[in-house]
Design a protein around this ligand. Structure first.
Ligand code: ATP
Ligand SMILES: Nc1nc2c(ncn2[C@@H]2O[C@H](COP(=O)(O)O)[C@@H](O)[C@H]2O)c(=O)[nH]1
Length: 190
């Protein structure tokens, strides 16, 4: 059986990865998303095992020691990582898998899966990005400033990606990603 394709969607905090991902899942219910582990505290409404696997720092470090992470990164004071087994199993079943992760982690995935498809979601502008993070109402001013300073460094790594998708409007961004999925499935893979 042919293996599924691995899609990585990155982009600065607040660009709309989660929002576009939810819209994509509504349109394409068959797609499989990886659930990451994190040491970040849950936000209001977030559920363990659905939005993230919420871990203590010790639990997360044990997962790293046991080599259970495909990749992990420290981002703005917390660890985030992709559990390896679920990704391997999904691909082995011939299904595509989508990872929604920040840039350092994406580059580590690229080392292990150079055949992966790497999509960078861009904001229409940095001012709009700041408005979106602030508008979400989940971050303190200090965290907004920290995430914005990281965003500039992250966008400088766009050249490592296969596709750049501007999230100006959710439906348009979704259509662009759907087009990428279709095109990648039409590619002649060795
Ligand atoms: N195209 C868009 N136009 C206007 N607002 C948007 C758009 N896409 C997302 N948003 C809004 O921007 C905010 C941030 O979106 P979201 O939480 O999806 O970003 P994210 O990239 O997943 O962030 P993080 O990386 O921090 O998890 C949300 O309030 C969301 O409603
Ligand atoms: N390297 C990884 N980055 C991840 C993973 N899961 C999520 N993320 C990214 O972290 C930031 C912050 O997320 P938030 O939920 O605290 O706003 C964001 O860019 C996520 O995409 C992961 O497994 N590995």
């Amino acid at each position: 059986m042919a293996k599924g394709l691995l899609f990585v969607i990155s982009g600065p905090s607040g660009v709309g990865k989660g929002t576009v991902g939810n819209a994509l899942r509504e349109k394409l219910p068959e797609i499989t998303y990886s659930v990451s582990a994190t040491t970040r505290a849950p936000r209001a409404g977030e559920q363990d095992g659905v939005n993230y696997f919420f871990k203590t720092r010790d639990e997360f470090l044990s997962m790293i020691e046991r080599d259970e992470m495909l990749e992990y990164a420290e981002y703005v004071g917390n660890f985030y990582g992709t559990p390896r087994d679920f990704v391997d199993q999904t691909l082995a079943q011939g299904k595509d898998i989508f990872l929604e992760i920040e840039v350092q982690g994406a580059l580590k995935v690229k080392e292990k899966f150079p055949e992966g498809i790497f999509i960078f979601l861009l904001p229409p502008s940095l001012d709009e990005l700041k408005d979106r993070i602030r508008g979400r109402g989940t971050e303190t001013q200090a965290t907004i400033d920290h995430r914005m300073s990281v965003a500039v460094d992250e966008m400088n790594l766009l050249r490592h990606y296969d596709y750049a998708v501007v999230n100006d409007e959710i439906d348009f961004a979704c259509k662009r990603i759907e087009s990428i999925i279709i095109a990648e499935h039409c590619k002649v893979h060795p």
